[in-house]
Design a protein. Structure first.
Length: 413
């Protein structure tokens, strides 16, 4: 396929306004949008399809876990690859790999040839591909968008991601109810193929660093750069502990408390309201400009603890929904602010590796939090654990503001 010359981040942009003025960003956004739509459908579709085919919750858990574990195991390797090779090439190959694995999964489910072992292997491969995709995704934005447009680029990318999260699960459930989960997964495979075509259309020059160092040396260099930036590792460390607290309570104890106090339908309403808050703020971030973007975002992040406190106080559905909406707004703000700050402050040849350490540190404790939530609730009570967890989240997310390099960090307006 011949490649058309595209505008890159190193070339002057006629207007600082919209990143859509750059052909490279338009191709990238299109690829991300279609793949996000498919990916948002997959967890629901895969869960229901495996459950329908096997009638076993154990099979469903095994398949989902097989996809999750490689994301943690290979995330550092993904960072090294994202900095050592062309990120455009990494995204092209990773989208093709994801398309192939999902297409085979869809075939097995649609044809009635369900096999647990095959699905576990395929989903493990899919998770491995994702581990290499994520660092390259964060790293390529500064390659194709000038610095003044990075925040707006992250705003529209975040809006697309959150809109997909709102629409995807409903669409997947509808397809499963009317046809079969395999068809939803086949749609996901098709979106990855489209995304690969879009990545092939990108023209990114000068973003392939020399590959003289070994992989281990590259990892060590990434770690040195990561720990040398106090504002980065401080925030990552705080969220590593905070996510252990919050995710376990919200995903495990939240439904339990809600079922007893407000009902399952009301809990679904609360989750939807939170998702709308995230989406709304991601859209608003296209226009919001702050010199101290990250310090303000870090302060706002503390508000994510409010729904946990509301759960602990056994608030009615309206107070719980209101606190969830505020938390959603805070998450939408923080997500764009964090992406933008990393892409502005971290050298291009290091951003994928630092992103991989960020991902590992922020999320590695989440499974432990999910596993420990129920035992803690059985000892202290679910409401009490949620209440304490909410206050812990607030304290943990505000702690980085004690560090001068976090408080003093400025956004390149």
């Amino acid at each position: 396929m011949s490649l058309k010359t595209e505008t890159t981040a190193d070339e002057p942009a006629e207007a600082v306004g919209s990143p859509f003025g750059l052909p490279a960003f338009r191709w990238f956004f299109t690829g991300r949008l279609v793949s996000l739509l498919g990916s948002a459908m997959t967890p629901v579709a895969l869960s229901l399809a495996v459950l329908n085919a096997s009638n076993s919750a154990g099979d469903m858990g095994a398949v989902l876990t097989a996809n999750t574990i490689p994301l943690i195991v290979f995330t550092l390797a993904g960072g090294v690859v994202g900095d050592r090779f062309s990120r455009r090439l990494v995204l092209l190959l990773s989208n093709l790999g994801a398309a192939l694995t999902q297409a085979i999964v869809a075939f097995l489910l649609i044809s009635g040839n369900y096999d647990l072992g095959s699905l576990i292997v395929l989903e493990a491969l899919n998770g491995t591909v994702a581990a290499f995709t994520n660092p390259a995704l964060r790293g390529i934005v500064p390659d194709i968008v000038p610095k003044p447009q990075i925040q707006r680029a992250n705003s529209v990318l975040g809006s697309a991601k959150n809109a997909a999260k709102v629409l995807g699960p409903t669409a997947a459930a509808t397809i499963v109810a009317t046809a079969d989960g395999g068809w939803a997964i086949s749609f996901d495979a098709a979106t990855y193929f489209v995304a690969a075509i879009c990545m092939a259309r990108l023209k990114v020059t000068g973003n392939t660093p020399p590959r003289k160092a070994s992989v281990f040396v590259s990892l060590r260099e990434g770690w040195t750069e990561f720990r040398s930036r106090t504002w980065v590792w401080t925030i990552v460390a705080s969220f590593g502990v905070a996510n252990y607290v919050q995710v376990g309570i919200w995903t495990v104890l939240g439904p339990l408390i809600a079922k007893e106090r407000i009902g399952e339908t009301s809990w679904g309403f609360v989750l939807s309201v939170k998702a709308v808050g995230v989406l709304l703020m991601a859209v608003l971030m296209y226009r919001i400009t702050l010199k101290r973007l990250l310090p303000v975002a870090q302060t706002c992040a503390a508000l994510v603890g409010l729904p946990l406190i509301a759960l602990g106080l056994v608030a009615n559905v309206y107070w719980l929904a209101a606190s969830a909406f505020i938390a959603g707004l805070s998450l939408g703000f923080y997500s764009v602010a964090w992406e933008t700050t990393l892409q502005e402050q971290i050298p291009k040849n290091m951003i994928s590796r630092i992103s991989s350490y960020d991902n590992l540190g922020s999320f590695i404790a989440i499974p432990a939090g999910q596993l420990s939530a129920a035992p803690l609730a059985s000892v202290f009570g679910a409401s009490r654990v949620a209440l304490v967890g909410g206050f812990l989240w607030i304290v943990l997310t505000l702690c980085p503001l004690m560090v001068p390099s976090v408080r003093g960090l400025r956004h390149e307006v």
